[in-house]
Design a binder for this molecule. Structure first.
Ligand code: COA
Length: 335
């Protein structure tokens, strides 16, 4: 039987439980350092996918009547309208029997005309990377996953005063009107960060897109926090860091983009705003247990900033990509 669309909202509990069994067993093999995924966290993650990557569709593959694999495809919009971000997970007991490859073959025609597929956050050196290269993907970036454990950190490392000439501001949710224009501009500095040869482009932020993204996160029940560095002389935002806390994982803070405009780099603003974020979030949400973030392995500045405030690297990840047409005609996939 081929790939079947899986409607997360309408799925029967029995099928959700089966998907959970696949994801939990895969996690134990592929990401053994992680705390085991609970059923509630999985359902929450299925219902509240990360924002910023367009609509998501899911499929399952059954063998002998049971679900043995699940796939997600995101369809990002605007500058990424040619891309689909795909993740396929096969139950470890069903691996090396052609399931993952058969699933990919079924999905390629379902990708709504997208011409390039990317797969992200694949454990380096694991089954995912071996499989991806065997079916024709290219490894195009290497990332590190870093974790800050609040119980273990020395909070003195978060005492980082603003450098002379700058002040720090923070908020939850809506950006103050007075800072909206310069915030949008400063967020675009993320486009300078190295992301290897991936096709995905960070959004080109405008005030309207910032407001749309805020509304999207609000609708998903995400607590979005911003800390910014303001240049006193101009009154402009010149550095930004964003954290999101998702409703199904209220004790985990996802540290997302951090960017400082080129003209203001080298003053320690990145460390200052990230450290302030840690203090600020903990003050409001003392039950936060961990921050986690991913950064390109060659982004040595950001990795060093993270380490200075208590992050440690827990895993190395790769991103892969390939044209849909190349995958479809690859001897391993064509069958
Ligand atoms: C990646 C994954 C989907 C592959 O599923 P699978 O059903 O085992 O893959 P297939 O049986 O179709 O493998 C096809 C070929 O890929 C290669 N391959 C797959 N797993 C491999 C491994 N662990 N080591 C080396 N080569 C491997 C082999 O060439 C294999 O052919 P062979 O078994 O005849 O030698 C599965 O390992 C998984 O769920 N991993 C975790 C999630 C993940 O990382 N997904 C990444 C893709 S988005």
């Amino acid at each position: 039987m081929g790939a079947e669309p899986f409607d997360v909202a309408g799925a029967a509990e029995e099928d959700l439980r089966a998907v959970h069994r696949v994801m939990l067993a895969a996690q134990a093999v592929d990401r053994p350092d992680e705390a085991p995924l609970t059923f509630e966290a999985l359902v929450g993650a299925l219902r509240t996918p990360p924002a910023g990557f367009g609509p998501r569709r899911c499929w399952v593959l059954r063998r002998g009547g049971g679900i043995v694999a699940i796939a997600f495809a995101n369809f990002p919009e605007a500058e990424n309208g040619h891309l689909s971000l795909v993740t396929i997970t096969v139950h470890p007991e069903q691996r090396r029997q052609g399931v993952g490859t058969a699933f990919l073959r079924d999905l390629l025609p379902e990708l709504e005309g997208r011409t390039v597929v990317e797969g992200w956050e694949i454990t380096r050196g694991g089954a995912g990377e071996h499989w991806a290269t065997a079916v024709g993907f290219r490894v195009v970036n290497t990332m590190v996953l870093q974790l800050l454990s609040v119980a273990e950190v020395d909070r003195a490392t978060w005492d980082v005063p603003a450098p002379a000439g700058y002040r720090v501001e923070d908020w939850a949710g809506a950006t103050p009107d007075a800072l909206l224009g310069s915030l949008a501009w400063a967020r675009n500095a993320l486009r300078d960060a190295p992301f290897g040869d991936i096709d995905f482009q960070a959004p080109l932020w405008t005030p309207e897109r910032v407001r749309e993204a805020e509304a999207d996160l609000r609708a998903r029940g995400v607590d979005q926090r911003m800390v910014v560095a303001v240049h006193e002389e101009s009154g402009d935002v010149v550095g930004v860091t964003e954290v999101e806390v998702r409703p199904h994982r209220p004790r985990w803070a996802s540290q997302r983009e951090t960017s400082v405009l080129r003209a203001h780099r080298g003053h320690g603003l990145g460390r200052c705003i990230k450290a302030h974020m840690a203090w600020r979030l903990l003050a409001d949400r003392p039950d936060i247990e961990r921050f986690y973030t991913t950064t390109s392995a060659d982004n040595t500045h950001m990795i060093r900033v993270n380490e200075a405030i208590g992050y440690r690297t827990v895993r190395t990840l790769v991103s892969v990509k390939q044209d849909v047409a190349v995958l479809a005609s690859h001897p391993g996939v064509r069958g």
